[in-house]
Structures are given as C-alpha cells and as structure tokens.
Design a binder for this molecule. Sequence first.
Ligand SMILES: NC(=O)C1=CN([C@@H]2O[C@H](COP(=O)(O)OP(=O)(O)OC[C@H]3O[C@@H](n4cnc5c(N)ncnc54)[C@H](OP(=O)(O)O)[C@@H]3O)[C@@H](O)[C@H]2O)C=CC1
Ligand SMILES: CC[C@](O)(C(C)=O)C(=O)O
Ligand SMILES: [Mg+2]
Ligand SMILES: [Mg+2]
Length: 337
Amino acid sequence: MSVEVYYDDDADLGLIQAKKVAVIGYGSQGHAHALSLRDSGVDVVIGLPEGSKSRPKAEEQGLRVVTPAEAAAEADVIMVLAPDTAQRGIYAESIAPHLAPGKAIFFGHGFNIRYGLIKPPAEVDVAMVAPKGPGHLVRRQYSDGKGVPCLVAVEQDASGNALALALAYAKGIGGTRAGAIKTTFTEETETDLFGEQAVLCGGASALVQTGFEVLTEAGYAPEIAYFECLHELKLIVDLMYEGGIAKMRYSISDTAEYGDLSRGSRIIDSRVKDEMRKILGEIQSGEFAREWVAEDEAGRPNFTKWQAEGAAHPIEETGKKLRGMMSWVDRPITETA
Ligand SMILES: NC(=O)C1=CN([C@@H]2O[C@H](COP(=O)(O)OP(=O)(O)OC[C@H]3O[C@@H](n4cnc5c(N)ncnc54)[C@H](OP(=O)(O)O)[C@@H]3O)[C@@H](O)[C@H]2O)C=CC1
Ligand SMILES: CC[C@](O)(C(C)=O)C(=O)O
Ligand SMILES: [Mg+2]
Ligand SMILES: [Mg+2]
C-alpha cells in the first residue's frame, strides 16, 4: 500500500500563522513544538497548571504561559502535549468547555482518541502531528535547519481544511523538511506503541543490558562491555540511519558481517518474533492501553519499581564515568536548544 508523503512545498505555513496555537504541556514534545512554531512566526501560548515546574522553563524562553483552560479558551488550535495518561482529565476539565465550531484539537500521539478516552464534539477538527523522534531532537533538528519526519492524521474534518492545517503545523516544527506521512490515528497509535515496546525502547534497552550482563558476568571489564554493547551501538545505528543496514554492513569487517549474518537470527529468533506478534496483539486489542491506564490510576507502582531497577543497573554507573571523559557525548538535555 503506497502512502502520501508531504514536503515543505506541499504545506502552507500561512494557514497556521493565521491561527493562535495553544500548546498544552511543556515537556519533551511541548517545548519543541512551542519554540519551533514561534520561530516559524506562529502566535503561541502555553497552557500549564499554576505551580507546574515547567512554567519557569517556558517563561525563560519568552513564551506566555497561562492555565490550560485559559489557553484553550483563547486559541484556535489546541495541541495536547501533556502525558498521555493525563490528557483525559485535562480535556474534560480545561479543554472541552472551550471547544467551539471553527476550533481544532491536535494531538502528538493518537492514544486517547484511538482508545476512546477522549471524544471531541463533531463541530471541531481533530488532527494529529506526531513526530517520529524524541522531542529534544525534534527541537535540535529544527534549530539545525533539519527536521524529524512526522505522521499526520485527521480524525474529524469539521472545517474541511484539517489536513492542510495539520501540514502547516508540521511545517512549523520542521516535519515537512523530512517528510510528513498521512495516516490514521489507529495506524499511528498501534505502530508507535509497537515500535517503542518491541524495537526502539523495550527491545533495544533489553538487548543492550543483556549483552552487557553476559560479558561482565563472564569476567570481562564493564568499561569494555559498555563500549561494545552501548556506545558503539550509536555508531552502528548512525550508519543504518544514513544508508540502511546495507551501509552498516559495507563499513564493518567481513568477520563482523559473517557473525552478523550467521548469528543474528539466533538472537532475534522465531520465539522473539512470536512475542513481538503477541505484543502487537495486546496493542490492537486495547489490552496494553487498559493495563497502562490502570497502572497510572493505581499510582504507577510497577512503573516506579521498574524505573528504579533500570536506573540501578550497573551499565548506568559505568556509562556515567566513561561519558564524563567525552565532552562531545555528555550533552545535557535542554529545553532551550
Ligand atoms: N516524548 C516524545 O518524544 C514523544 C511524545 N509524543 C507524545 O507527545 C505527548 C507528550 O509527551 P511528552 O512530551 O513525552 O510529555 P512529557 O512528560 O515530557 O511532558 C509533560 C508536560 O506536561 C505537563 N503537564 C503535566 N500534567 C499537566 C496538566 N494536568 N496540564 C497541563 N500540563 C501538564 C508537564 O508539566 P510539569 O513539568 O509541571 O510536570 C510537562 O510540561 C504524548 O501524547 C506523547 O505520547 C509523541 C512523540 C514522541
Ligand atoms: C520511541 C518513543 C516515542 O514513541 C518517541 C520518542 O517517538 C515516545 O512515545 O516517546
Ligand atoms: Mg514514537
Ligand atoms: Mg510513543
């Protein structure tokens, strides 16, 4: 099935420059969208609760901050970039009362629409601009004149112009420099959750930690295990990013390539593929979403425990020491890029 990919020339920035945009939340995605939209000539207001620890960060960047309800009331386009689990409550309390014909509600990920947690009224546009990358890099790439690809989707087209508005928004954050693919809320949500669980975050973290454990438990130096299993992964993935797996294989030794070709499928074997299919099934059926919402409502007991276990993994201590010796690597996460 072919997809439609939109680039800068396909999007009219003037459409979003003519609107007032409220960005609700000023975290990873929120700061990136708000700062890049502003730099693209868009009128932006930030919605954050009184006492939010993000307020000083946004204000230091010269952005005007009001409450989520005030931002929703004054804006034409309301982009919801608070955590997925908080969005339902923010919507009910602060956004829904201020929706009116001619307004649009935008999302950076389809979770709450796909799983029916938010149901906007028929008279507003409902659209998505979902960058395919972490917010801090969305901002860094925009500032460097580059862009992170985006997925755009329209759930409700009350104005008849929702796709053009979403593309204009994507252009304002640099997305159409790299390409904005038109999709649906369902496809974005399910592929995004699958990617982060099975490959990008869950799969990659477990692969790196397990490789580090096997080497150190066999008596090898943690520093060598760190360079081998984590640091060099970035350099290997950089080549994949630039030219696919083929370019990575072109650059590595024949010995490495033979090991890759003959051993890789013993690591990621049919059992792993079956488990990936199971994970996809849990996403498609809504089982994962129900579990995550319940975990959040219970105060995140497992999330907190697993987060602490991850932070205490020996690879973190080893990495901290080694990265401290490489000034070009130890780059702080910043909301001011
Ligand atoms: N992280 C990423 O790179 C990506 C995220 N997305 C999607 O973007 C959305 C935002 O995620 P992400 O950027 O990670 O979120 P973060 O957790 O980084 O940011 C949370 C922000 O929301 C604020 N916030 C928390 N509660 C409320 C509230 N009740 N009202 C208003 N603001 C609130 C926080 O303020 P405080 O500082 O006070 O806590 C903070 O500014 C999600 O839908 C996510 O799936 C999509 C692509 C990638
Ligand atoms: C890979 C994780 C992500 O989907 C992202 C940065 O794209 C997220 O939800 O943070
Ligand atoms: Mg993602
Ligand atoms: Mg995601």
